[in-house]
Design a protein around this ligand. Structure first.
Ligand SMILES: [Fe+2]
Ligand SMILES: [Fe+2]
Length: 360
């Protein structure tokens, strides 16, 4: 029995201390999570000089397997990732360099930013990469990169590492040599599966990931611009195409939804919000997005983040093509996907602030 507020407080303190000593905590005292993805933008003009300096200071090899700068969302203290589930990094490779072969349970994608003459090899198949190409290295596939051309080659790396780490399912293995043996013709998967509607019947592909390793930008752009002559696409997402697994119609990577989005000159989409933190990379174009009331101006090769459940709309000043990726393939089957249109002000947010890009 307690006889007054003072002794009750004292008794509660003793009780909480006792609970803590049991490695437990009272749910009614827990504060709401404060670590949260914030809208953010990384300008390529700021990062290219840093990447070039890295090429002088850090050789690629067994010590630094990949020369990569990680986009660290300032809302996610200590997490070093673009969203709570996905990484967005810039990788640079110089002529003659080889990023050694390895494999890991995290799945990765590359979106080529600049340069040509470099290849990715995946499971014995080599594909040379050009700007705008979308390249997959699904989980537990051997992959290495080499550069046989001239000048720097840069790509955006997207990975599901934070997701895999949440599940404590991260494994990694080095290949015994820097380069894996090439056992297939270059781009063999493109000829086998690239037609999409025609399936090679003698091949048994038992992975949850797409068998294609390179979705060439020239083809994607051709499809986008052909459709743009006939439609504006969705009022919220304009003309957006998903990179699919041609064998299932599902996502190219089992954990990462990947899309190409075309905005026509002057097109202004209506605002909506949905779960799933999303990363946008500007392949071509110029414009701005309004994210949670803040204006983010973007241009070629910039990368920005729309957090889960943040209102967003896009405005293109010229024809713009965005590469988009998120964690929808994981959210959707678990019943965690939710979407809502912005119904006020004819579907457009009031801009209350403008984001200033650049170093802090
Ligand atoms: Fe890797
Ligand atoms: Fe959206």
């Amino acid at each position: 029995m307690t006889s007054g507020d003072g002794s009750l407080t004292e008794e509660l303190d003793l009780f909480y201390e006792e609970v803590r000593r049991h490695n437990s905590s009272p749910l009614w005292l827990q504060e709401r999570q404060t670590v949260k993805t914030v809208p953010f933008l990384w300008r390529y003009d700021d990062f290219r000089p840093l990447l070039m300096r890295a090429t002088e200071l850090v050789p690629v090899g067994r010590q630094a397997e990949r020369r990569v700068l990680v986009f660290a969302n300032p809302g996610l203290e200590g997490k070093q990732s673009a969203t709570s589930t996905l990484l967005a990094n810039l990788q640079i490779i110089m002529p003659g360099e080889v990023a050694p072969s390895h494999r890991h349970t995290a799945s990765a994608l590359r979106l080529i930013v600049e340069g040509s003459g470099a290849y990715t090899a995946v499971q014995g198949e080599k594909s040379y990469m050009d700007p705008g190409d979308f390249v997959t290295t699904p989980n537990w596939t051997w992959h290495d990169h080499g550069h046989e051309g001239q000048g720097p080659m840069v790509w955006l790396d997207g990975l599901d590492v934070p997701m895999v780490m949440t599940f404590e399912a991260q494994f990694q293995e080095q290949y015994s040599e820097d380069k894996q043996p090439i056992t297939k013709a270059n781009d063999a998967s493109m000829r086998l599966f690239g037609a999409g509607t025609l399936r090679p019947t003698w091949i048994h592909h038992d992975s949850v990931h797409s068998p294609l390793i390179n979705y060439k930008f020239a083809h994607v752009y051709d499809v986008l611009t052909t459709l743009a002559k006939e439609t504006d696409g969705s009022p919220f997402d304009a003309i957006t195409l998903e990179y699919t697994n041609p064998l299932t119609g599902g996502p190219a990577l089992a954990t990462i939804g990947c899309f190409a989005q075309l905005l026509k000159p002057g097109q202004h989409t209506k605002a909506h919000r949905h779960t799933g933190g999303t990363i946008y990379h500007v392949i071509e174009g110029k414009g701005y997005s309004v994210i949670a009331g803040k204006r983010f101006d973007w241009g070629r090769k910039d990368t920005f983040v729309v957090p889960s459940w943040a209102w967003h709309e896009h405005v293109a000043e010229v024809e713009s093509v965005l590469f988009v990726y998120n964690d929808w393939p994981v959210l959707q089957p678990l019943g965690l996907f939710r979407e809502e249109p912005y119904t006020e002000r004819d579907g457009h947010q009031e801009v209350t602030e403008t984001f200033v890009a650049g170093p802090a």
